[in-house]
Design a protein around this ligand. Structure first.
Ligand code: AMP
Length: 130
């Protein structure tokens, strides 16, 4: 069965999209740790990060680098943190999180955003994506 993220790539499930290319896709996390919390995924569905081929892994990291640069340009923060967990959704995803405090990377405190705020954040990061 297709993962929820595969359904996001196909458009079956809506998302606040930031960027995509042939192999990778970036969109806002729907339950963010902080404003601008973004997920970057390979389009090919794979459960675990280190089950990707070396080439796919490198491609995912390169794409995440570009997304992180766009986040830094858009969201005031001390730095962008990166985490890979995958206990909830079995489709590899890199969390890119604007950090101001250690708690921002701890997946405990969440921020509530309106759909207008999600749209504005996705547009802002997308505009800065190169
Ligand atoms: P984990 O698998 O533990 O790394 O966490 C999965 C992440 O996916 C969580 O941060 C969720 O908020 C996020 N998530 C789950 N469903 C969606 C969705 N439909 N759109 C955006 N983010 C999602």
């Amino acid at each position: 069965m297709a993962s929820i993220f595969t359904k996001i790539i196909s458009g079956e499930i809506p998302s606040y999209k930031i960027a995509e290319d042939e192999n990778y896709f970036a969109f806002l996390d729907i339950n963010p740790n902080a404003k601008g919390h973004t997920l970057v995924i390979p389009k090919r569905e794979e459960n675990k990060l280190f089950d990707l081929s070396k080439e796919e892994y490198d491609g995912l990291m390169s794409f995440s680098y570009r997304v992180a640069k766009a986040i830094e340009k858009t969201i005031p923060c001390k730095r962008v943190g990166m985490s890979v967990i995958g206990l909830e959704v079995p489709h590899v995803h890199v969390h890119l999180i604007p950090l101001n405090a250690m708690s921002d990377i701890q997946f405990i405190e969440k921020v509530k955003l309106s759909s207008e705020e999600f749209v504005a954040l996705a547009e802002g990061i997308s505009t800065n994506f190169q």
